[in-house]
Design a protein around this ligand. Structure first.
Ligand code: FEO
Length: 406
């Protein structure tokens, strides 16, 4: 296996994980990569490592260029184990290396590894180290997406090694953005942002503004997952800023589950009403769809309708799980409503609406409920509910877009 040059003297020495489909519960149908970089300067430098299982692959790539024992500078941008998991192996081989990381990363590394023999130097925003011809500048990015996170900027090459930010779970043999179909890449960026970075929108805006204030000219962004942005790094920055501002498409995603198909029948009526208003809509049945896909599709569109039967006076469990997941991601700038069937007491729709309100989303009430089985008159009610909801989405979308632009 070979190292791949991304800038003069800077090489990708990472690993491609074609087969991972469950990334700590996040479904990754395209697999992922663990990107890390070797800088062949007077002081040989390794920025980040790879997941532990892939350490041999990383060492094989490094050995194409040098003996790993010669690594003198180690940079740990982030301590999550998909990137930091091989530092024990690296530091046991590169005995003269100094490892640079944030204070919080040092604490984390000490909890994960026996670091008693490691030379660890804490760095913060604005600190620089000279490697020979190249200079590294560190920029802390706390909570993007862990407290320990930072980025490393190679000044002479205008290269930003951005750890998880600007990444995608996308395993391909190609390394660069211009070698991937644009739509596929955009989808992968939205997927990653929605499932990992959605809670940190405000921080993302502030951090991008800080990078701009620092006057960093960025010619290339190399994240720790997916392809490297060499043709169009501005594109992913723009996408991040827009998503951080809550930008979405005008449309509705209906996320539902069903026990005996009553809520599903209701879903058809609601969908007809939405489409009648000329609005785009998608339908996702939770038991047949990975959670991360439902989250991604939710994030793409302005409106969310949750369809849930009542089970034991509560929401159906898959719907509860979806809303629990969503709540943790702290969504914003979205409008939501709920519908569903019940047998005797009801409660599922009420609970869904209450949770949507607790997320401080714009909530359309009342929901649309049917006892037992929807009949003709219930169809009409669902159709009207769908039309009304689409109208509300359109009004809200216009309002929010104005705020985003201003
Ligand atoms: Fe890809 Fe936060 O680790």
């Amino acid at each position: 296996m070979k190292a791949k040059q991304i800038k003069p003297g800077i090489y990708w020495v990472g690993a491609i994980d074609w087969n991972v489909r469950d990334f700590h519960g996040y479904q990754t149908p395209r697999g992922t990569t663990y990107n890390n970089f070797l800088i062949m300067d007077r002081k040989i430098t390794l920025v980040d490592t790879v997941k532990h299982d892939f350490a041999d692959v990383m060492f094989e790539r490094i050995r194409c260029l040098t003996n790993p024992e010669k690594i003198q500078v180690a940079v740990c941008n982030h301590i999550e184990m998909d990137h930091a998991g091989s530092w024990d192996k690296v530091m046991s081989v590169a005995k003269n290396a100094t490892l640079y990381c944030t204070e919080r990363a040092k604490e984390g590394l000490e909890r994960h590894f026996d670091t008693t023999s490691w030379d660890i130097q804490v760095v913060g925003t604005g600190d620089r180290i000279k490697l020979g011809d190249k200079t590294l500048l560190f920029i802390e990015t706390p909570m993007l997406h862990w407290p320990d996170s930072m980025m490393t900027y190679v000044e002479e090459d205008r290269l930003l090694i951005s750890q998880d930010a600007f990444g995608q779970h996308y395993a391909q043999a190609v390394l660069f953005d211009d070698l991937v179909p644009e739509g596929v890449l955009e989808d992968a960026v939205i997927d990653y942002y929605a499932n990992i970075l959605m809670p940190f929108g405000r921080l993302i805006k502030a951090k991008i503004a800080e990078l701009q204030k620092l006057g960093l000219e960025i010619d290339m962004i190399a994240p720790d997952h997916g392809v490297i942005w060499r043709k169009n790094p501005e594109k992913v920055i723009r996408m991040y800023l827009e998503m951080a501002q809550g930008r979405a498409e005008e449309g509705v995603v209906i996320v539902y589950d069903t026990m005996w198909h009553s809520t599903e029948r209701m879903c058809r009526a609601v969908l007809d009403g939405i489409l009648e208003e000329g609005m785009y809509a998608e339908v996702i049945k939770l038991r047949d769809t990975p959670m991360s896909v439902a989250i991604k599709q939710f994030w793409k569109y302005r409106g969310l309708l949750v369809g849930t039967p009542t089970l034991n006076n509560l929401m159906f469990p898959t719907v509860a799980e979806f809303l629990q997941h969503l709540r943790g991601l702290r969504p914003y700038a979205r409008i939501a409503g709920a519908f569903g069937s019940y047998g005797w007491g009801g409660g599922g729709v009420r609970e869904a609406l209450s949770i949507l309100k607790s997320m401080k989303l714009e909530v359309v009430e009342p929901g649309y409920e049917v006892k037992y089985r929807p009949g003709e008159e219930d169809y009409q009610q669902g159709y009207e509910f769908g039309r009304r909801f689409a109208q509300k989405v359109r009004e809200y979308h216009r309002r929010v877009e104005k705020e985003v632009v201003s």
